[in-house]
Design a protein around this ligand. Sequence first.
Ligand SMILES: Nc1ncnc2c1ncn2[C@@H]1O[C@H](COP(=O)(O)OP(=O)(O)O)[C@@H](O)[C@H]1O
Ligand code: SF4
Ligand SMILES: [Mg+2]
Length: 420
Amino acid sequence: MSAAAGGGERTSPARVVHGPPVPVGKERNQSGPSRAGEVVLWAEDVRVDYMGDAPTHAVRGVSFTLRRGEILGVAGESGCGKSTLAYAVTRLLRPPARLVGGTVRYWDTPRGEFVDIMRMTPEQLRRWRWEKVSMVFQSAMNALNPVTSLRRQFGDVLRAHIDGISSDEVEARGRRLLEMVGIDPARIASFPHELSGGMRQRVGIAMALALRPEVVVLDEPTTALDVVVQREILNEVRRLQAELGFSVIFITHDLSLLLEICDRLVVMYGGEVAELGPAARIAGGAAHPYTRGLLRSTPTLFGDRKELAGIPGSPPDLRKPVKGCAFAPRCPHAFDLCLQERPVLAPPVAAGAQEAAMAPELADRAPIGTGAGTAAGTAVGPGPDGRPGTRAEWEAACHLRGAVTGPVAAPAAGAQGGGP
Ligand SMILES: Nc1ncnc2c1ncn2[C@@H]1O[C@H](COP(=O)(O)OP(=O)(O)O)[C@@H](O)[C@H]1O
Ligand code: SF4
Ligand SMILES: [Mg+2]
């Protein structure tokens, strides 16, 4: 399969790619300095509905790339679609959730091309999930089997993926994994209920790392823990990530946490990407009013004391279609035009050359407005205070920059070569 398969212009809102199964490579994590930064996971226009009388459009056209060796944060209020997105990119969606559009591609190193995870056979998926991509859930208790020992659970995972592995090897690996996440290896004989919440979450991380995957998705891994344990686990994740070189998708509603540990951030609002960019840039100057609102409602560990302010209003009802900008009813800068047209995300700053060449809209993105070609003086109002507004004022309020980009070219077939 080539990278171009299922690519092309992003005009179809509900595209599901079907086709023949594709091979899944078996080799272990090969990340290293020479490959750092290449795209390992590529989600394009992902759309997920929860089916029912009135379907919930939980994820509405989300695109992002995950680079090798980076920590990509996904932030946003509860219910904005973060977990649904995580399930979609790991192909773990279960009814009533249904992928109704978009593609997710994984960079298959041995083949030197992207593979479409929607086209994997069940057996390929089974191997891919632990060997290439693994997931840590919010509640490790739900992920671990309460009635079997950790020894047995490590054994189940390792035996399912490594043909002929001996009991001694399982024992040694299980102990090493526990040690790696800061747990006494003797606890391999314990049952999950004998461990504290923090220890269980560490075991969940150890399990996720058992087969040295290239990507680890952590969905609110520390939300249920107290702040001290939370910090210990975050430090552990960071240390392991630096040591082993895997890529991380880290999901949490806690923006301050993400700003601290992530390289780049996806900020979601109402099932969409509001903003995507380097964490440092967002911390220093978020472009989207929603991100700025989130930052104002988040206490920081460092820097000056500041007064916290929430974001008045409620998130959109995801059962209803959204016309215009989803944030408009809550946005302090909204003009009339915002209720009519969706802001377009585009790359205001250069990404890595390889990624930019692959799909320019996946680079650092901030809203750049609607109405391609409209002049700065074009009326977009009335504005928040009832005054008539111009496009220039709107751009200033929303930090909109540059011109709207044209249609996105299909990525070069199969390749991600030529990158930095
Ligand atoms: N099983 C389900 N059935 C119907 N709707 C669901 C289900 N799970 C989640 N949703 C809805 O999908 C939206 C996104 O949920 P979720 O991905 O869990 O958000 P987050 O992880 O950001 O809190 C929410 O509006 C939620 O109510
Ligand atoms: S200014 Fe308009 S487009 Fe920008 S976030 Fe506010 S409502 Fe949305
Ligand atoms: Mg969630």
